[in-house]
Design a protein around this ligand. Sequence first.
Ligand code: WTA
Length: 662
Amino acid sequence: MEHNTRAAFIRQMLKDERTIEPSPEFSYKALVKSRQDYDELYRRSIDEPEAFWGQMARETLDWYRPWDAVEEYDFDSDKPFVRYFRGAELNASYNCLDRHLDGPRRNKAALIWQGEPSEEVEVYTYQRLHREVSKAANVLKGLGVKKGDRVVLYLPMIPQLAIAMLACARIGAIHCVVFSGLSAEALKDRIVDSGASVVVTANYGYRSGKILQLKGICDKALEGCPQVKSCVVVRRIEKRTVMEAERDLWWDDLMAGASPVCEPERMESNDPLFVLYTSGSTAKPKGIVHGTGGYLLYATLTMKYVFDLKETDIYWCTADVGWITGHSYLVYGPLANGATSLMFEGVPSYPKHDRFWEVVEKFGVNILYTAPTAVRAMMKEGERWVNGHDISSLRLLGSVGEPITSKAWMWYYSAIGQGRCPIADTWWQTETGGVMITSLPGAVDMKPGSAALPFFGVAPQVLRPDGTEAAPNEGGTLVVSRPWPGMMLGVYQNEAAFKDVYFPVPGRYLTGDGAYRDEDGYFWITGRIDDVINVSGHRIGTAEVESALVSYLQVAEAAVVGCPHPVKGEGIYAYVTVKEGTVINDDLRAKLVGHVRESIGPIATPDVIHFTAALPKTRSGKIMRRILRKIAAQETEDLCDVSTLSEPSVVRDLIRETKRLS
Ligand code: WTA
């Protein structure tokens, strides 16, 4: 019921929607030129998935050994599973590097790195990247890392992060990248859960002109990880760094002595390539496991089609490699396609609000892939920041991470795309490995705010609570009814979670998002329907923030919900009750905020801490989050059904307090 009203609300907001056709010039040169071409490819991918994916796999990747079966899965049983290309062998780093070395791509820029300080730029040709990755692979081997071992990478946006990922892939080690904005405690949890024995970090990092103490954070995390034998440290900034003898080693020292020759390991298609942690409804994030063959094929193919990739494109994905978008569309997708991928260490607003446009102009960026939160932030600062720059090299724009409102879409389209560049809205998730629903540029008409149509092989459906399919324009739960090659293989060390979280409804993969499909078959994503908040395109589990809050001595109870936020999309609103005798003041509020930042990281900073005497509960003692969400959003007129509450006066108090807080 609740997301139905939300869907209706969003639909109403978008009444001013228009359908925008891609320009004939773009379509003419596009990989998929028309709706008809898309329909044909899509039909085939659904009607004959084995033939379709088999052909794509042969054409797209290099294999050492062919498969015994293309697609095997079971979504119905107690032990759901999915497997692509069983028995086939390949290596992801070989596909991203070695195979490009025979022809003219050898000297093409694979990775262009722009540091936060403007003057810091590095270019890695495919040849150079191959050499560095091979050396790093030998370094890891030298530290005793073997096939199947986990390596945690806690690095900022520097080339060594991509190099270390590919080095792991080369020797069959499983990388586990931890976003460099996460705290020591969050890092420790991930190191422990993954069972890694080697961690790679940097001594420091830059963020908006400030220096991040990455090695210090890592040291703190490692206090709780006795199994970690080696910590390799990249010298990002020349600055005194405390190194622990026996455990800590400089990346540069190890690389200097490493051989540039390293034979890639032959991996079975379903051997894990990486584990990436993401938030869900539980207090602890889950390690999403992706395989090698299926994932790489899906990342490579979606990259090629969704971004209509051309050989000479300069492609820029602004996401951090610490998230799935950076994995699939900054590292694996672009490199497997032999493209030029730009990696940017900075932020859109530093030193000034024109940083993105300065970078676009400097490198002649053709494709820009960013998030609605960045678009909103720039829109707020105004078009004048764009005007001083020549950004006419842009030919295609992408959006990912959260629903983009039609207003932000139109600004992106007109101010940045100058009415010329199609926008590929891309709906997908850490779990899906690659783009699932998109407005395939050049091929399909765009509707601002709609992620549009499914990618090849993807079969999304909108379901009613009773499991039947929703009618056009009727809101429901977004599920996927058959597998696709990029699909996660499981949850690391937690077989039960795969079934419980993703297959509570037998036969369907549950996305956790709400959606509706309009009369033209276009999908409109209405946001998460589980206890996940989408803050600036980052997933934050409400349970994670609550558990951080209640671990503070004076806190009795906490309930966390999302609230509307003009730039971040959603903000974090925390209701807190304190223990007897605690003095409530701004100091306590600041301490609590600091405590959450320490426990998770700055991305989980609560926007509002609402101290209250009691939380609304049902008679059976369950916190009524639906009501708390409404109060946080100040939508209190229709708080109709409070009849199940044990003490209705609690709600009145909360409403009064919220008015005072805002
Ligand atoms: C949301 C990021 C609407 C959605 C790739 C999803 C989106 C979650 C879009 C996954 C989009 C992502 N339109 N919502 N184009 N893209 N989302 O795992 O709620 O960090 O479930 O993966 O982001 O976030 P994740």
